[in-house]
Design a protein around this ligand. Sequence first.
Ligand SMILES: *Cc1c(COP(=O)(O)O)cnc(C)c1O
Length: 227
Amino acid sequence: MSLKENLDRIRERIIAASLRAGRDPAEIKLVAVSKTIPVEVIKEALTLGVTSLGENRVQEFLIKQPVLDRDIEWHFIGHLQTNKVKKIIDKVSLIHSLDRWPLAEAISRAACEAGIVARALIQVNVAGEATKYGLSPAEAEDFARDAAALPGLEPCGLMTIAPECDDPEDTRYVFRQTADLARALKKSVQGIKMDILSMGMTGDFEVALEEGSNVLRLGTALFGRRY
Ligand SMILES: *Cc1c(COP(=O)(O)O)cnc(C)c1O
C-alpha cells in the first residue's frame, strides 16, 4: 500500500469511529509518528497533508527537525532525559511524556530560561505495566497540582500507552480510565487544563477514539513496518 492509500484509510477509519462515538472527526488530531522513518518518506507524507509529527528520541528529532518544513507541529512522545530538555524545549509544540517529577522541574527551568511556556501531557500508566513509564492514576492528582504550579510549564492533558493486545477491546478500560481521570483532575485541580487526551496507536486507535481521545499517535498504520 502507498502512503496515500494508508493515509486515506486512516482518515476513513477516524471518520467511521467518530460517527460511531457521536463525535466530530474534525476534533481528532493525527500525529504521524515518524521515528525511524527517513526524511524523504516523511516529506512525502507532508505533501499529502500531514501537519503534525511525533518523535521519541532527542537525537533523531534534532537531525530531522532542521531539514523539514518550518511549520510542522512537532510532538515529543518518548521518555525524555532531563539533561536533554533544553535541546528541544523551544522546538516542540507538545511534550506527551511528562512522567516524573524531576522532568517537570527540568521542563519548567528550561522553559523559563527560553522565555516560553512549555505545554505537556502527564503520562499515566493505567495498566501498571512495569515496562512502561508514567504515573499511576493514584499519583496523578498531587502530581498535576504541583506541576500546574510550576512556572513555564502548562499541563494540558493526559497521555497513555495501552498494553499490547491482540484484541483492542481488551484495552478499552485503559482509555476509559484515562478519560475519567482527566475529568476528575479538571474538577479537583483548580485552573488546570485537561483538554488533550493523547491515546491510541496503530493497534487500538479506534477504541481510544471511542473513549474520548483527541490525539492519535500513528506510526505503522501510516508508514508501514518501521525500518
Ligand atoms: C512508536 C510509538 C507510537 C506509534 O506506534 P504504532 O503502533 O506504530 O502506531 C505511538 N506512541 C508512542 C509513544 C510511540 O513510541
